[in-house]
Design a protein around this ligand. Sequence first.
Ligand code: CP
Length: 332
Amino acid sequence: MRHFLSTLDWSRAELQALLDDARALKGGALGNELAGKTIGLLFFNPSLRTRTSFEIGARQLGGAAVVLEPGKGAWPIAFEPGLVMDGDEEEHISEVARVLSRYCELIGVRSFPKFVDWSADREDRVVNAVAKYASVPVINLETITHPCQELALMLALEEHLGTTDGKKFLLTWTYHPKPLNTAVANSALIIAAKFGFDVTLLCPNEEYRLDERYMSAAQASVAENGRTLTVTHDIDAAYRGAHIVYAKSWGALPYFGRWADEKPMRERARNFMVDEEKMALTGGGLFSHCLPVRRNVKVTDAVLDSAACIAIDEAANRLHVQKAVMRALLKP
Ligand code: CP
């Protein structure tokens, strides 16, 4: 039995097979791999795209989706092993995962970091606990990475750029008033490196480097592909010649849990907002973002409404890539 928890566990060839299947599904290929089957979707955090696309995708494959929001209509869940459960949680993930495995053929989990202690959050305990106790495949719906978003992005880039090998991928930090999850940034970094891009990570300073697990994975991928990984704080140099500018905001990891201390540094970096002037430096590059996006805070209206913006295409692809993932995991 295989899970879809991180693309680090999947080879480029396996991921490309998922993308090829997603393209076939998008082109009208039909599937009924979920006929009579159900995916249980555990959402610990809000969602528009992930929830909608999984519910619709399950239905299009002949099955059903059940959405559960622990603590809001479903019992609050504890995760740590050996816990004395005298707090707010009413049941343990060991029961939840085993019961859902009797009802459902797939389980999806969205669980963001707690934003207090990165050394704990980086263990991705919630989704790993579900995978440990479940007897059906588990899909990561965004935890400290967002593998479904990665596939949607890569499908959009293959559609717009053709081959991705040797193209320039710019992952730029952008301003947001809150210290956000690093999941999509981690994901963009590792998938771009795996798919043969020369990758540049642009961020305000060294404090905004991503976790070493993802930096070193990206470094290993670019080395394998004969490409490069560059970290820079020079906005003009980073944008020049980029084929794709991918924007995301995240909280600086050394300040994890001390967000008031990070705030002044974040405020000084408002100039990282993606705008037309910066995009002009690319010489015709594309722009994308995972969404949701705060207009004129992270990215200007002009960029989001330009022909260069493929964020809606990327979001649309969530439906197709997730159907490919679901049916791949259900293969006997
Ligand atoms: N990009 C993404 O996962 O969107 P939602 O948070 O709306 O699901």
